[in-house]
Design a protein around this ligand. Structure first.
Ligand code: NDP
Ligand code: OXD
Length: 314
């Protein structure tokens, strides 16, 4: 189906640079007009919203929206309950986004298995720390969420020789990965995860999941990596578990408040590595075709690719 002569797209993000997207979008859709918030002539003329978060005034004045396309793989930041009802929502699924995330997770696994964290602390004290790392095949990695992000990360890490287990809401099968599903399996999953990576969406069921009850089920000295969402972590429980030695370290990419406030205890904690929500990022080069296809589908009233099940929350 061809794209109508003029299509209006609202762009709103405090994370993404519109200049990085517009040339790719225009190349694929010559009739596209991108209105970068707040320069929106008339919200009623906008066909599709391409947004990370909603504009501060919300979307209720965009009365002719045919689709909302999230600028991220995760969509909880959109405040689902306040989106205009009846307008379909899609998220970004992009092989480069998943590949970048898998690289981040593999880096985190190697960081802790090869004890780069300990060596950095030893260097700061000018201390020669000649300890040898645990064997790869004895360093068990647990991935929470085996979707686009977690599934890609789990396969990459398993391909590097680490035993990998995964935890999902519904039963899944992945070659070479021990799969666990449902709340009742969380304890068995956790009990043999020397390092746990959270790549869950933030929903009512997963909020606060990285807290004391889970930490207490992990092997002593386990490591936690969170690249899901900040509200997966109970911040005080994490600090307490690290301070008591229950956990050995944490690498965190996402936070309850972003940017992470300068006074937050995570910044200075010796066992925490902070990255500023850069574990992965949408790449306009590879993601534009999906966005354009979804604009076409929206205009034709067809189901979107990667449409979000709003009731399920992801
Ligand atoms: P998907 O929807 O593809 O996968 C989600 C996975 O989580 C599925 O395996 C799902 O299980 C599982 N899951 C959901 N709810 C539960 C639950 N209650 N219990 C157990 N498992 C559950 O999402 P993506 O992989 O694309 O993205 C995951 C998250 O990663 C995003 O929502 C976002 O928060 C985060 N993200 C972070 C980025 C960063 O830069 N830090 C970049 C991109 C994403 P099932 O398979 O049974 O449905
Ligand atoms: C996210 C993203 O969901 O960056 O965090 O895509």
């Amino acid at each position: 189906m061809s794209v109508p002569a003029t299509v209006k797209l609202l762009f709103h993000s405090d994370l993404d640079d519109p200049a990085a997207w517009i040339p790719h979008l225009r190349r694929e859709m010559p009739g596209l007009e991108v209105e970068v918030w707040p320069k929106v002539a008339d919200p009623r003329d906008v066909d599709v919203a391409f947004i990370w978060t909603q504009p501060p005034e919300g979307l209720s004045t965009y009365t002719n929206l045919k689709a909302i396309l999230a600028l991220g793989a995760g969509i909880n930041q959109l405040d689902l309950a306040s989106l205009p009802s009846g307008v379909p929502l899609a998220r970004l699924v992009d092989p480069m986004l998943a590949a970048a995330m898998a690289d981040y997770c593999l880096y985190a696994v190697l960081h802790y298995q090869r004890e780069f964290d300990r060596h950095a602390r030893a260097q700061a004290e000018r201390r020669w720390n000649h300890t040898l790392p645990r064997a790869k095949d004895g360093f068990r990695v647990g991935v929470m969420g085996l979707g686009e992000m977690g599934g890609t990360a789990a396969r990459l890490i398993a391909g590097h020789g680490f035993p990998v287990r995964g935890w999902t809401r519904t039963p899944r099968t992945f070659a070479g990965i021990s799969c666990f599903a449902g709340d009742e399996a969380l304890g068995s999953f956790a009990a043999k995860s020397d390092l746990v990576i959270c790549l869950l969406p933030l929903t009512a069921a997963t909020r606060g999941i990285l807290g004391k009850p889970l930490f207490d089920r992990l092997p002593a000295g386990a490591f936690v990596v969170n690249a899901g969402r900040g509200a997966h972590v109970v911040d005080a429980d994490l600090v307490a578990a690290l301070d008591s030695g229950r956990l050995g370290g944490a690498m965190l990419d996402v936070f309850r408040e972003e940017p992470l406030p300068s006074g937050h205890p995570f910044w200075a904690h010796p066992l925490i590595s902070v990255t500023p929500h850069v574990a992965s990022f949408g790449d306009p080069r590879s993601a534009t075709p999906q966005v354009v296809e979804n604009v076409r589908r929206a205009l034709a009233g067809r189901p979107l690719l990667n449409q979000v099940d709003v009731a399920r929350g992801y």
